[in-house]
Design a protein around this ligand. Structure first.
Ligand SMILES: [Zn+2]
Length: 445
């Protein structure tokens, strides 16, 4: 892709032809637009140096880092006025499942739309999981994991819908949970000058010590606004989800920005721009609708030969149903962000992922989980200091307990569980005795 003169760090998705937000948008447009050249270049200078320094993500060992990010959806609604804005837990859960599938390359439509061998081989598992936050910032268990419902009337705010300026000045600062511990996602209805927006993201902030160390203000970089905003009609694949953006890919796309990705065509209209990713072919402009329903080669002035341009990429503007992949180059950038960036590197294993947190060790109890990753059967070897009852439970990323086994009076032992009937992804195994508790993460592949 190519580089343009105005790359910024805050992105939003708009539907270009949608004058009436209630009708189906016919063309995606993202509000995460690149606008501040100096800060954009500072980010890229850091990114390229980071990738080059240890070439750390180019080898299988480093790329095997698996992150888990606690996510909370702040659902901004006005009670009974437009009840649909107060989307259901089922709709949020469908989005979390989609995020996990897309970021682990487990999406079922991959094989339908990614058929060119060059793209099949460049497609990557990003190795990032998302879990519904199980506790709020005070440590109180959430009745609905991953959900914070906010009634604007109770808050004394203006009536919905909202333009970005009000979201940035009032909604986000008034509701955000500690962005070093949670990935904040706001679900609301866009209005005013932002009617038709599907969503927008705040770009990551480069580590302190990097020059410049600004918080990328002007590109949406303050701690009080960190996260992603999505219109309530483009979340998940059920409830209010509206075609053609009804497969949850708006949040997959915006999360890509939030983790340091640019639009795949470089936000220009010729071949001079770039997304700074070597394995995404140069592309002239953004796509709309579905360039092909079977992954056929499509070429333009910048990508003149097979495999053509990568309209199947989540960072294009294609319809939800034909976006199906990230590349290894995009993975490297997101892994670099997770390893280094302010308010990103602290998210992995943050306590909100399970109410007890990831606690690898505790006095008086030894737990070994293997094999990990597993294709189904997982062994949990437990050793206790003395004879007592203990339990072994397994929770999924939605905060649901999928296995719960009680053992009476013993010094431990081997418990074997079969997870093969459950979806692939990350699970949390908790072993609890009368006096101690240990939680470990296991990946089902
Ligand atoms: Zn975008």
């Amino acid at each position: 892709m190519k580089f343009l003169t105005s790359l910024g760090l805050s992105f939003a998705c708009l539907a270009l032809t949608a004058q009436t937000p209630e009708t189906t948008a016919t063309r995606r447009k993202c509000g995460t637009v690149q606008q501040d050249v100096s800060q954009h270049q500072a980010f890229e200078a850091w990114m390229q140096a980071s990738l080059q320094k240890d070439n750390q993500f180019a080898n299988a060992k480093k790329a095997s880092v698996v992150y888990t990010i606690p996510i909370v959806f702040h659902i901004i609604h006005s009670g009974t006025t437009v009840p649909a804005r107060n989307i259901s837990q089922a709709q949020v859960n469908s989005q979390i499942v989609i995020l996990n599938n897309d970021y682990r390359k487990l999406n079922a439509d991959f094989s339908t739309y990614v058929t060119q061998s060059a793209f099949v081989s460049s497609a990557a598992d990003i190795q990032i999981n998302f879990c519904a936050a199980s506790v709020d910032p005070n440590g109180t268990a959430l009745a609905e994991p991953g959900i914070d419902r906010v009634n604007v009337t109770t808050k004394g705010w203006s009536a919905l819908p909202y333009a970005t300026s009000y979201i940035e000045s009032t909604v986000k600062p008034g509701t955000i949970w500690d962005p070093t511990k949670y990935y904040n996602v706001w679900v609301l209805q866009f209005g005013g000058s932002d009617v038709g927006t599907l969503g927008y993201a705040q770009f990551p902030t480069i580590p302190s010590g990097t020059s410049p160390v600004t918080d990328m203000v002007g590109q949406g970089g303050a701690a009080s606004t960190d996260g992603v905003v999505v219109d309530y009609r483009y979340v998940g694949n059920t409830g209010t989800a509206t075609a053609p953006y009804n497969k949850g890919r708006t949040l997959t796309h915006e999360t890509g920005h939030w983790l340091g990705l640019w639009h795949i065509w470089g936000d220009d209209n010729d071949c001079s721009g770039t997304d700074y990713v070597s394995d995404t072919p140069n592309q002239q402009v953004e796509n709309s609708s579905c360039p092909s329903t079977n992954g056929a080669v499509k070429t333009d002035a910048c990508a003149t030969v097979a495999p053509g341009f990568n309209y199947q990429n989540y960072m294009d503007y294609s319809d939800d149903k034909c976006m199906a992949m990230f590349t290894a180059g995009q993975r490297d950038r997101m892994q670099a962000v997770m390893a280094n960036c302010i308010r990103r590197k602290t998210l992995n294993n943050a306590v909100a992922c399970v109410s007890v947190g990831i606690k690898e060790e505790a006095a008086g109890i030894l737990v070994d989980v293997f094999p990990n990753p597993t294709s189904g059967r997982v062994n949990i070897n437990v050793e206790l200091m003395d004879t007592q009852d203990f339990s072994v439970s397994v929770m999924n990323t939605l905060g649901q307990t999928v296995k719960d086994v009680k053992q009476t009076a013993s010094n431990g032992g081997l418990v074997t569980l079969d997870l093969s009937e459950h979806p692939q992804g990350v699970y949390f195994v908790t072993v609890k005795s009368k006096t101690a508790s240990v939680t470990k993460r296991v990946v089902l592949q």
